[in-house]
Design a protein around this ligand. Structure first.
Ligand SMILES: Nc1ncnc2c1ncn2[C@@H]1O[C@H](COP(=O)(O)OP(=O)(O)OP(=O)(O)O)[C@@H](O)[C@H]1O
Length: 578
C-alpha cells in the first residue's frame, strides 16, 4: 500500500536536514577530536623527541667530557714517545713489541716472502725450529694496550704523510707512538734500554746494515731499509798475515779512546780507505770487522739518483755514535776525465748545438766539497768510523785522502801464494774430508803421496798451479766452488791449470772488446770536437768530475786497468796499512 503523507514527509525532510546538520557537527566534532588527539599525540611526540634530544645531547656531552677527561688524564699522567722509521730506536721498539706479543690482538698483518730485510715477524708456530716461508708483520694500525714492568703501555702507529708510500695497500713508512701511563721518565728510558738490549741480543749472530731504499726515499729519514747478514768470522778473511789484526786493533783502540780525543781537541772519528782490485776482500773485511766489534753499518752508494750534498749531510749526521759509515766505490761519484770521454753524448744531441750539449752533461748532485764537508764536518765525529772502498785510488783527490779524513789506507792486492793456499785449506777442512787428513810420519813414509795426498799437500799443489798476483780471491773462490766436493780434482791436473788458461783467454778477449769500445768512444768524441764541442771538464779549466765542484780533482792520472794493476806496481806491492 501506498499513501501520501506530507506532514510527516516534510517533517521527515526537516529531520533529514537536522540529521545532516548533526552529522556535520559530528564530523566536525570527530575531526576536532582527532586533531585534538593528534595534537596531544604530537605534543607528547615532540615532548618525547625533545626529551630524547636533551638526553642524547647530555650523553654526547658526557661522552665528550669523559673523553676530554681521559685525554687530560693521558696528558697529565702519561708520557708519549715517538719512534720514527729509519731511526735505529724504531727498530728496537718494533722488536720489543713483537717480543711482548702485543701483536696478539692485531687484526692486520703485512705478509711477505722471507728475505734478509728486517721485518720482526711474529712467530705463530708453537715449534720455534720450524721456519715458515713467509713473514707476518703486524701493522699496529689500531692502538694496542699491554702491561710492561707494572705499567700500562699503549702502542699506536701513525704514518708520515710526507714520506710514506703505499706498497701492496699498506703504508711502508711511519711512526710508532708509545704511551706509558706514568709520569716517571725513567720508566720510558728503562723500556727503551731494555728494547735496545733485546735488539742487540737478537742480532748477535748478524751484522746489521742500514741502507737507503730509493723506492721509499724520505729526505728526513735517510736510512729507511735494514738488512741482516750472518756474521762472518774474522778468520774467514784471508789477507796477508797481520793485516787484519792491525786493522781490528786500530779500530778497537779508536773506540776506547774517546776521552783522549776530547782531551787532545781532535774530533773523535777515524777514516779508512780500502783500495785495490775487485774481489780482493775489501767489503768482506768491513762486514767481518763490524761483526767482531758489534757495530752497525750505514752503507751508502754515491751513485744513487737521490743522493745530493744536503742528503749526504743529513744521512751522515743521522748515524748514531759508534756506527760505521761506509761509502763503497767512492770514486764513482767523480769519474775521471778518461771515463767522461768514454761516454760521449748521442749524435742526435750533438746536432742540436753546443748549448744543449753543455746542458746534457748536467752537474752531478754530489760535489767533492760536499763530500769533504760530510767526512769532517759537524756530526762526523762522535766515535764514527768512516770506511770507503775503491778500485781506483788514483782517481781520488788528494784533499779526500789527507789524514783526518782518511787516516789509514789499506791496499788489497790479487792473491799471493800464501793466500791461495789458505783459501784451499779453508775450502777443504780436514773435518769434512777426514780421508785426506794429516798423515803421521810413518804413514807418510809408507804412503804413496801421489795416490793418497793429504789436504796440506793438495793445498801446496793448488797454490803452485795458480800464478801469484794474477787472480783475485773471489775468482779463486768461484773456481773452488765448482769443485767443492773434490779436493784432488780442484788442486791438480787439468783442473787448476786448465782453469788458469781459460781465464787468461777470456780476459784477453774482454780486453780486446774493451779496447774496441774505447776506440769507438774516442772517435765519437773527436766528431763532437770537430763541431766545436768541448767536454765541460776541459772547458772548466781543470775542475774535477763534478761541474759544481770548486776543488780541483786529481783525475788526470790515467785510469789503471786491472791488467796493469796485476802486472804493475799494485801487483808488486803487498797489502799495507799506511
Ligand atoms: N781476502 C778474502 N778472504 C776471503 N774471502 C774473500 C777475500 N776476497 C774476496 N773474498 C770473497 O769474494 C767475494 C767478494 O769479496 P768482496 O766483496 O769483499 O770483495 P771487494 O774487494 O769488496 O770487491 P769490490 O771491489 O768488487 O767491491 C766474497 O764472497 C768474499 O767471500
Amino acid at each position: 500500500m501506498y499513501s501520501t503523507y506530507y506532514g510527516p514527509q516534510s517533517g521527515l525532510a526537516g529531520a533529514d536536514a537536522t540529521a545532516q546538520g548533526s552529522s556535520w557537527m559530528t564530523s566536525f566534532m570527530g575531526l576536532s577530536s582527532i586533531f585534538a588527539a593528534l595534537g596531544l599525540v604530537s605534543q607528547s611526540y615532540v615532548g618525547s623527541s625533545l626529551k630524547l634530544l636533551v638526553l642524547g645531547s647530555l650523553i654526547e656531552t658526557g661522552r665528550r667530557f669523559f673523553q676530554w677527561l681521559i685525554e687530560r688524564f693521558r696528558i697529565q699522567y702519561s708520557l708519549t714517545a715517538q719512534f720514527n722509521e729509519g731511526d735505529p730506536a724504531h727498530e728496537w721498539i718494533v722488536l720489543f713489541i713483537t717480543q711482548e706479543r702485543v701483536w696478539k690482538r692485531s687484526r692486520e698483518f703485512v705478509v711477505t716472502a722471507k728475505n734478509s730485510e728486517r721485518k720482526w715477524a711474529v712467530n705463530t708456530d708453537s715449534d720455534p725450529s720450524r721456519v715458515g716461508s713467509a713473514e707476518y708483520v703486524p701493522t699496529y694500525q689500531a692502538p694496542q694496550l699491554f702491561k710492561w714492568g707494572g705499567y700500562w703501555v699503549e702502542i699506536k702507529r701513525g704514518n708520515d704523510a710526507r714520506g710514506s708510500v703505499v706498497a701492496n695497500g699498506v703504508s711502508q713508512t711511519g711512526r710508532i707512538y708509545l704511551t706509558i701511563y706514568t709520569l716517571d721518565m725513567t720508566v720510558l728510558s728503562r723500556l727503551v734500554e731494555e728494547a735496545k738490549k733485546r735488539y742487540v741480543e737478537v742480532n748477535r749472530p748478524h751484522v746489521v746494515i742500514h741502507l737507503i731504499d730509493s723506492r721509499r726515499f724520505n729526505s728526513s729519514q735517510p736510512w729507511n731499509s735494514v738488512k741482516h747478514k750472518i756474521r762472518r768470522p774474522l778468520s774467514s778473511i784471508i789477507l796477508l798475515p797481520g793485516l787484519l789484526d792491525s786493522l781490528v786493533q786500530d779500530a778497537e783502540e779508536f773506540l776506547k779512546s774517546e776521552d783522549w780525543y776530547i782531551g787532545a781537541g781532535i774530533p773523535h772519528r777515524r777514516g779508512y780507505l780500502l783500495h785495490g782490485p775487485p774481489g780482493t776482500g775489501k767489503t768482506s773485511t768491513i762486514y767481518a770487522l763490524a761483526g767482531a766489534l758489534n757495530l752497525e753499518i750505514y752503507s751508502l752508494s754515491l751513485a744513487s739518483n737521490n743522493v745530493d750534498d744536503s742528503f749526504l749531510q743529513q744521512a751522515a749526521s743521522s748515524i748514531p755514535k759508534n756506527g760505521i759509515f761506509l761509502i763503497e766505490d767512492i770514486d764513482c761519484a767523480f769519474p775521471s776525465r778518461a771515463d767522461e770521454e768514454d761516454e760521449p753524448m748521442e749524435p742526435m744531441t750533438v746536432m742540436r748545438g753546443n748549448a744543449m750539449m753543455a746542458r746534457a752533461r748536467a752537474p752531478r748532485a754530489i760535489t767533492l766539497s760536499g763530500l769533504l764537508n760530510v767526512i769532517d764536518g759537524v756530526g762526523s765525529e762522535e766515535g764514527k768510523l768512516f770506511f770507503a772502498t775503491t778500485n781506483y785510488i788514483d782517481r781520488l783527490d788528494a784533499a779526500l785522502l789527507r789524514p783526518g779524513r782518511i787516516d789509514r789506507k789499506i791496499e788489497y792486492a790479487l792473491s799471493t801464494d800464501e793466500q791461495t793456499r789458505a783459501l784451499f785449506v779453508k775450502f777443504f777442512p780436514e773435518a769434512r774430508f777426514p780421508q785426506f787428513a794429516h798423515a803421521t810420519e810413518t804413514e807418510k813414509r809408507n804412503a804413496d803421496a801421489e795416490k793418497n795426498p793429504t789436504l796440506t799437500a793438495l793445498a801446496t799443489e793448488f797454490s803452485a798451479a795458480i800464478p801469484p798476483r794474477e787472480f783475485s780471491t773471489a775468482e779463486l773462490q768461484g773456481y773452488l766452488q765448482g769443485h767443492k766436493m773434490h779436493p784432488v780434482e780442484a788442486a791438480r791436473g787439468a783442473g787448476a791449470g786448465a782453469w788458469v788458461e781459460a781465464e787468461r783467454a777470456e780476459r784477453a778477449a774482454r780486453e780486446v772488446r774493451e779496447e774496441e769500445r774505447r776506440a769507438k768512444a774516442r772517435m765519437r768524441a773527436q766528431q763532437m770536437g770537430g763541431q766545436g764541442y768541448m767536454p765541460p771538464q776541459m772547458a772548466g779549466a781543470g775542475l774535477g768530475g763534478s761541474g759544481m765542484n770548486p776543488v780541483p780533482m786529481s783525475s788526470t792520472a790515467a785510469t789503471p786497468t786491472f791488467k796493469s794493476m796485476r802486472t804493475g806496481n799494485v801487483a808488486a806491492a803487498a797489502p799495507v796499512m799506511t
